[in-house]
Design a protein. Structure first.
Length: 359
C-alpha cells in the first residue's frame, strides 16, 4: 500500500464517514476506461476495492453517468436485500463520494474469481448452482425494477459456492426504450440494436451466453442457439429457451427457477420488496441531477456504447498474472477490438459426464 490520505465519504446507510485510507497501485485494464480500480485499506485492517474516475475524466458525462448508475444500483440492491441471504450475490458498497476531484466508490473485496478464468470448466453440480444463482440475481434485480445489460464472464465471479455479479454500471430501469449497448454475443440482438424496451429477459440471454462459453469453452452465437447446445443436454434442458432472439419468446425468471430449483419464485423469496426508491435513494438521485446540471456540456459525441464492456475486478492478482478480460485504449469503431483470455478446450475429468467439461 502507498502512503495514504484522509477520506470523507457517504456510507451505504447515508451517513458521513471519515477514515485514513491507503491505496495499492492502479490495476490496469481491469475496468472499462476511463475508470480505474485499486485496492484500498481503511484504518489499520479493513481492505476493499476503490473504483474511481481520474480527475481528467471527472467531467465526462458518459463516464460520470456509468459510475453514478453503478452506485445507485448498488444502493438499491443493498437496501432491498442487505439483510437477506441474497446480499452475497452482489457487490457490497461501503461508501462513495461523487463530488470528489476523482469521484469514487468503495466496495468490500470481491469474492472468488471471474468465470472467465475457469478455462477448465466446472462440474454439473457447479454448473447448475451458477445457473441458479445467475437467474436468481436477474430476478432479484427485476423485482426492484432493474435490468443488468452487462452480464459477461468477466462480470461474474465464482468462489466454488455462490456467484457474485459485478458491473452494475451497465444496469438500467426496466421498460425503458433500449439504447444500443453491449458486446456480442453476450448482449441480446435487440439490446445491441437498441430496439424496443428493456426487458429482464435481455439479461437471461446474457446468462445463457455466459454459461455457453463456460460449458462448451466457445462463445455462443450472437443470433440464437448454436449446434453445440444439443451436445450439452444439461445446459439445453435448463437454459435452452433463453437463446431465442426475441425477448418476448424467452422464458421468464420464475419459469427458469422452476426448472433449476422447483417450487422457487422470486416474489416468494423476497416478499414486500419494492423498487428501492426510498428517501436515501431519492436524495442520491437528486444530488446527481444537480451535479449533472453543473457539468459543462459534452464537447464530443459520447463513446461508442459497445465499448462500455463489463468491469473485471482482481485486486489480488500479481502483475504477471493474465487477466480474463482486458481493455485496450478506445479506438475508432472500425478498429475496435476486445480481447478474451481463456475459453480453451480441456479434457480434464469432472465429477459428471457433462457439466462444464469442454468438448
Amino acid at each position: 500500500m502507498t502512503s495514504g490520505e484522509d477520506l470523507t465519504f457517504i456510507s451505504q446507510k447515508g451517513t458521513l464517514r471519515s477514515a485514513f485510507a491507503r491505496f495499492g497501485p492502479d490495476l490496469p485494464r481491469l475496468v472499462s476506461p476511463p475508470a480505474m480500480a485499486r485496492a484500498v485499506q481503511l484504518g489499520d485492517e479493513w481492505k476493499g476495492l476503490q473504483v474511481r474516475l481520474p480527475s481528467s475524466n471527472a467531467k465526462d458525462h458518459t463516464a460520470y453517468g456509468l459510475l453514478e448508475t453503478e452506485i445507485s444500483t448498488a444502493l438499491t440492491l443493498q437496501r432491498a436485500y442487505g439483510t437477506t441471504s441474497f446480499r452475497s450475490l452482489f457487490p457490497v458498497l461501503v461508501g462513495y463520494d461523487m463530488h470528489a476531484e476523482e469521484p469514487y466508490a468503495i466496495y468490500a473485496g470481491p469474492r472468488g474469481r471471474p468465470i472467465s478464468s475457469h478455462t477448465q470448466g466446472v462440474s454439473t453440480g457447479e454448473q447448475l448452482t451458477i445457473e441458479r444463482d445467475l437467474v436468481l440475481a436477474v430476478g432479484l434485480m427485476e423485482a426492484v425494477g432493474l435490468v443488468h445489460r452487462g452480464i459477461m464472464p468477466a462480470a461474474v465471479r465464482w468462489d466454488g459456492q455462490r456467484i457474485q455479479l459485478w458491473n452494475l454500471g451497465s444496469s438500467t430501469r426496466a421498460r425503458r426504450p433500449r439504447d444500443p449497448w453491449g458486446v456480442s454475443p453476450f448482449a441480446s440482438p435487440e439490446q445491441r440494436a437498441g430496439t424496443g424496451e428493456t426487458d429482464p429477459r435481455d439479461a437471461l440471454w446474457s446468462v445463457g451466453q455466459v454459461m455457453h462459453q463456460l460449458v462448451t469453452g466457445r462463445p455462443g452465437s450472437p443470433d440464437g442457439p448454436t449446434a453445440l447446445l444439443s451436445s450439452h443436454r444439461s445446459l439445453e434442458q435448463t437454459l435452452g429457451g433463453v437463446f431465442r432472439p426475441r425477448a418476448t419468446d424467452r422464458p421468464t425468471v420464475d419459469e427458469l427457477l422452476e426448472l433449476l430449483h422447483p417450487g422457487t419464485q422470486v416474489r416468494s423469496l423476497a416478499p414486500g420488496v419494492t423498487d428501492g426508491l426510498e428517501p436515501h435513494r431519492r436524495e442520491f438521485d437528486e444530488a446527481m441531477r444537480r451535479k449533472h446540471a453543473a457539468l459543462p456540456g459534452p464537447t464530443a459525441p459520447p463513446p461508442d456504447p459497445y465499448s462500455a464492456v463489463p468491469m473485471e475486478y482482481l485486486p489480488d492478482i500479481s502483475p504477471a498474472a493474465p487477466v480474463a478480460l482486458e481493455y485496450e485504449p478506445r479506438t475508432p469503431r472500425k478498429q475496435r477490438r476486445h480481447w478474451f483470455v481463456g475459453g480453451s478446450t480441456s479434457t480434464r475429468d469432472t465429477d459428471s459426464r457433462e457439466g462444464g467439461q469442454h468438448r
